[in-house]
Each structure stands twice: as structure tokens, then as C-alpha cells.
Ligand binder design. Structure first.
Ligand SMILES: CC(C)(COP(=O)(O)OP(=O)(O)OC[C@H]1O[C@@H](n2cnc3c(N)ncnc32)[C@H](O)[C@@H]1OP(=O)(O)O)[C@@H](O)C(=O)NCCC(=O)NCCS
Length: 224
């Protein structure tokens, strides 16, 4: 698995035309295999005061502005795709890229229905999915919304959709990204598949089982 993941990274970085072609094929095949299940899926564990919008329903401009607003530090461990208009537009068309935004409904007159307001994006979360049944999670919380539990909540939402449509979920986490690691183990049971001390990265699988508090505490102590 780790080898397949490395090959995918080499193709993405060195042969962008091949990556594009593969993404298009994957999008079609994923849609054939999972399209109906994805369209029937509804999230249940949405944090109070928020709503979720699919990436294709948010304007490309708002998405680009959301990323542009984040400080450089936010991208140290987060480089899943380009953040320019063209890259975002192509992701919005990719049926295998299951991406969502957490919208803060309490901003700009809490009484007004959230759907009537300009969306205030508090977080972004996605699964880059593959037609053969694997998905790779990622997320970013807006700088003004950090450390309120949203990163953990978005991990739970990713597990909800990923497992309910039948994907196996994976993620790479930098050993230096403590918030990311903590929010991952708080939301999920995980299995460390590979530890790359040179790159300082864990490659983990998220396991669809209840969280083991004991294993969690031990892992938490190891990372702090
Ligand atoms: C990683 C990220 C999504 C976490 O989101 P968040 O909403 O701030 O996280 P949470 O509030 O759910 O906190 C999760 C845990 O991390 C801890 N934490 C949060 N920020 C921390 C920090 N800067 N240093 C140490 N621990 C931190 C919290 O205390 C909590 O741990 P606890 O439950 O043991 O107390 C957010 O920091 C982020 O967007 N980072 C930039 C993008 C990125 O690196 N994404 C991950 C790679 S895919």
C-alpha cells in the first residue's frame, strides 16, 4: 500500500499530464462504482451552529479566498493540491474527490437562515478517493476557528462518509503536526502502517472500530 502511495506522489509531482489523465479515469470509474451511494449519503454528526456544503456547491472564488486567507504556517504540512482558481475548479469537477466545507451559520445575523447568507467557511475536509476502494483524508481549519474541536469533528465526518460508502481510509501525518495527530486519534481508532523517520511522517489507516481510550492515551503520550 505504502509503495502505491509513493508511486502516486511521484506521478503527481513529475508527470502532471499523466496524473490528470489518471484522475479523469478514476473520477469516471469511481462515479460508476460509488456515485449512487455518495448521492444518497447524509452527514449526521454536524457540529451545532454549522452546516456542510459540498465543494461543487461553493463558489470557486470563495474557496480560493478561503485558502488565500490562511497564514503560510497552515500549509507547512498541508499540500494536497494546488490552491489557484484552475486547480480548485478541476477538483470541483472530480467525482472521486469527496470534498466539503464546514460553514459557520452563526455569523452575520444568527436568526437569518444559513442558506441566505454569504458562506463563512470555518473548515475544509476531503477524501481523495480511488475506484478500487481506498481513500486518503485531509482537512484544514480556518485560522480563526482553530483549537475549538473542529479538526476532530471533521475527522469524524470524514470517517462517517468514508466508512458508510465502504472505503478504506488512510492518511499521512507529519510527526511534527501535533494538532493533526491529536485530532486524528481523538476521532478514530488508527493503525500505524509505516513510520518514516527521515521524512518524519506516519502513514496510518483509520480503523472502523470504536476508539480504544487506552491505546489513545498511550499514543497521545508518545507524540507530546
Ligand atoms: C490540524 C488541524 C486541522 C487541527 O484542527 P483544530 O480544530 O485546531 O483541532 P482540534 O481543536 O480538534 O484539536 C485537536 C487536538 O489538537 C490539540 N492542538 C490543537 N492545536 C494545537 C497546537 N498548535 N499544538 C499542540 N496541540 C494542539 C488540541 O488541544 C486537541 O488535543 P486534545 O484533544 O488532546 O486536547 C488544524 O490545526 C489545521 O488546519 N492545521 C493546518 C492544516 C493541516 O496541517 N492539516 C492537517 C494535515 S492533512
Amino acid at each position: 500500500m505504502a509503495i502505491g502511495y509513493k508511486i502516486a506522489h511521484v506521478i503527481r509531482d513529475k508527470f502532471p499530464w499523466l496524473w490528470d489523465l489518471t484522475e479523469r479515469f478514476n473520477s469516471i470509474l469511481f462515479s460508476i462504482r460509488y456515485g449512487e451511494t455518495v448521492s444518497r449519503f447524509r452527514f449526521s454528526a454536524i457540529p451545532d451552529g454549522y452546516k456542510i456544503m459540498r465543494m461543487e456547491d461553493v463558489s470557486t472564488e470563495d474557496i480560493v479566498n478561503f485558502f488565500a486567507k490562511q497564514p503560510a504556517e497552515a500549509f507547512t504540512f498541508f499540500k494536497p493540491h494546488g490552491f489557484d482558481y484552475k486547480s480548485i475548479q478541476s477538483l470541483q469537477k472530480n467525482k472521486a474527490f469527496l470534498a466539503f466545507f464546514l460553514i459557520d451559520c452563526t455569523q452575520d445575523d444568527a436568526e437569518r437562515p444559513c442558506d441566505d447568507k454569504q458562506p463563512t467557511i470555518a473548515g475544509y475536509f476531503f477524501i481523495r478517493s480511488f475506484f478500487h476502494g481506498k481513500g486518503f483524508r485531509g482537512r484544514m481549519v480556518d485560522i480563526d476557528y482553530r483549537n475549538k474541536g473542529l479538526g476532530t469533528a471533521m475527522n469524524k465526518l470524514l470517517n462517517e462518509i468514508g466508512f458508510s460508502i465502504g472505503l478504506r481510509l488512510y492518511e499521512t501525518i507529519s510527526m511534527d503536526n501535533i494538532a493533526s495527530y491529536r485530532s486524528a486519534i481523538k476521532a478514530s481508532n488508527i493503525k500505524i502502517i509505516n513510520e518514516d523517520f527521515e521524512k518524519r511522517e506516519y502513514f496510518i489507516e483509520i480503523i472502523d472500530e470504536p476508539i480504544s481510550p487506552k491505546a489513545n492515551d498511550e499514543r497521545s503520550e508518545n507524540i507530546s
